[in-house]
Design a protein around this ligand. Structure first.
Ligand SMILES: [Zn+2]
Length: 336
């Protein structure tokens, strides 16, 4: 009895290669094969096929593709390769192709891009031929692809193809980066260098934090760079019977937003919190050139906390460029 099979994994694994490998195996056994290529709806699938993965994975993939000979499916007489669109009726296609010769096996690459109806078509086809579907389970937003969802629901056999994360744990997430930072933007035409990588959840979380720091903290680099005044000193008028408040700074909206954004990041090792002199002049002299991300984050955290005790510290450090220097170092550490 023929079966509907789904083999899935994450980016970093070449489904195109394994689909072709499967095809080759059956072709050599003398089976007649219909090889279906789905039309990429977006760059996501193209990018992974071209192995444009970032960092370590890219290197591995490059090595792999050098050693691996691309299978020439055309050389097998009984393999017919057909590209389909989202509108193609697969049952009709199958019937048309099996008109002259019985088709034994159907192989689908990038099966995640099939529509629900097409997967149901494949289910129907599996009454007469073995169907092997290869593809991703979820997209970079951890949502099931339309095709994968239906395949998981109705396949006779579902097999996970293990892909290694860069830390060697199992990759479960498909990460989409633009210019080295994670994105959940579905607009794949967005400007910038797009890369994709299969990651484990822990590495994904790290990337997410790095990305959030870039989006929420490093963005103030551009704002503070040209800021002349971070805020104005309050000028309380003394009144009878009122305890005079210490002077404080009424900060610019951008600075207030910076403080708020900064609070969303817990400092990694607060117990290792650096000991810093509590005067502005000494703070300015601290060289952050070779300092770690945590160190610089701790410095900023310290200044924000000290603002209550020593008002104006933040103002002075923003206005004299020290904060810009610190943010530049943060940018450097997260880009490494
Ligand atoms: Zn990992």
């Amino acid at each position: 009895m023929a079966k509907l099979n789904f083999k899935y994994g994450t980016v970093g694994f070449s489904f195109v290669d394994s689909a072709e490998e499967c095809c080759k195996t059956y072709a050599e056994k003398g089976s007649t094969i219909l090889f279906i290529k789905t039309t990429a709806k977006n760059k996501f699938s193209e990018a992974k096929s071209h192995e444009s993965l970032s960092d370590a994975n890219a290197e591995n993939s490059a090595k792999k593709s050098k050693t691996k000979n691309k299978i020439d499916l055309q050389k097998f007489e009984d393999v017919e390769v057909v590209s389909i669109s989202a509108e193609t009726n697969l049952v009709e296609l199958f019937e048309e192709k099996s008109h002259d010769k019985k088709i034994d096996v159907v192989v689908v690459e990038d099966a995640q891009l099939c529509t629900t109806i097409q997967v149901e078509n494949l289910r129907k086809i599996s009454e007469n031929a073995n169907v092997f579907c290869f593809g991703l389970k979820v997209n970079f937003d951890t949502q099931l692809f339309e095709g994968s969802k239906r395949l998981l629901e109705i396949s006779d056999s579902v097999q996970e193809i293990k892909t290694d994360c860069r830390c060697k744990n199992k990759a479960t997430m498909n990460a989409h980066f633009i210019n080295g930072f994670l994105t959940f933007d579905v607009d794949e035409e967005k400007e910038g260098k797009h890369t994709y990588q299969g990651l484990c959840y822990a590495c994904f979380k790290k990337e997410l934090r790095r990305t959030n720091i870039n989006n929420q903290i490093v963005k103030y680099l551009a704002i503070f760079k040209d800021m002349d005044t971070a805020g104005d000193w309050s000028s309380d008028t003394p009144m009878d019977n009122v305890i005079l408040q210490k002077p404080f700074v009424i900060y610019d909206e951008d600075v207030k937003n910076f403080v708020q954004d900064f609070h969303e990041f817990e400092i990694n090792n607060p117990e290792k919190m650096i000991v810093v002199p509590d005067n502005v002049q000494a703070l300015k002299k601290i060289s952050v050139k070779d300092q770690s991300f945590d160190y610089v984050m701790s410095l900023i955290s310290y200044v924000i906390k000290m603002e209550r005790i020593r008002p104006g510290m933040l103002k002075e450090l923003i206005e004299d460029g020290t904060m810009t220097k610190w943010l530049r170092q943060i940018k450097k550490t997260i880009s490494e």
